[in-house]
Design a protein around this ligand. Sequence first.
Ligand code: PLP
Length: 376
Amino acid sequence: MIYLDYQATTPLAPEAFEAMVPLLRDHYGNPHSTHRAGRQAAAQVELARDRILSAMALPEGRLIFTSGATEALNIAITGFARNAPADRRRIVTLATEHAAVRDTVLALEADGYEPVLLPVQRDGLVDLDIARAAINPETALVIAMLVNNEIGVIQPVDALCDLAHAAGAVFLCDAVQGFGRVPLPENADAIAISAHKVHGPKGVGALWLRDGLTLPPLIHGGGQEGGLRSGTLSPALCAGFGVAADLMRQNREADVAHVEKLWKAALDLFHGWTINGSTDNRYHGNLNIRRDGIDGARLLSDCRNIAFSLGSACASGSGRPSHVLHGLGLSDKEARGSVRIGFGRYTSAAELEDAARAITQAAAHQTTVAQGAHGS
Ligand SMILES: Cc1ncc(COP(=O)(O)O)c(C=O)c1O
């Protein structure tokens, strides 16, 4: 199988795996216990926290481990909303956000908050004039993703953060796809990240919170993570995340150079396909493309030895065309004719070539059959 679905998840780095094994097998102490076994496990958790914080390279802030970015985003969105004074009920985000943001924001409507989903332009980027008009003194919170998980476009998060602060609101960034690849917004108040998108294990993520900010907990219990996120941490998952984050920092230039090489090759290999979303403001490990007369879902089943997708992994099973592609103004037909190809550190040029050959041949076959059916 050729794996080309790096936005859904990334292969676990062997170094991250190695770091996890002794914590699963030998050093199984509860990191919240006070005996030596517990303290040893806790030291590994703290080492991981430090590694992730240095990979984030942000001003003073703290890192709270969670089960993933979905939980981190839920904690931050509901927490900031609850913290806001009664005259700030507006929550502004983009129409093309991940469901972990969009659905959490929409759910708050039932509690009297006013969700505002900003449209994006044809290139997938938010129009800052529209954002400026929407972010007003009634706004509690602005949320935007750094790199879009479906189309890879890089949103102007620094500008959105400035607009939020000018209106007296806080700014939360969903940096799941951008962490380790694209600089993080330095002035953000909170940032959500996830281990499995950076060659770490699934089931662990984190919320970075600017110093001085507090949030009410969403999960109550033993008071771990400074009382913000109760529950016993998994030292193995934290350690795997820490090593993976460290590797993102150390390998950054090599990863970028490798992805650029693959991107250039992919542009040639998929010549004649249309790229969805901006090509200038984009993370180049994501190629979301479409072609007339193609059924993306059929293409996936025709190329069973290649792991690629229609869009977000969570939406792929739903059969509904992507809300992100609709957000760009694509028709149902265009959205259904689109596929997402994601590559990165462990993708070889030969794999990309083989996959592109199989995909373009299957696509050509689809169009020939369709033309034949029209002709007869
Ligand atoms: C942009 C974005 N935000 C949030 C998430 C949710 O992350 P997790 O799988 O860690 O809950 C994802 C994962 O698909 C994502 O791509």
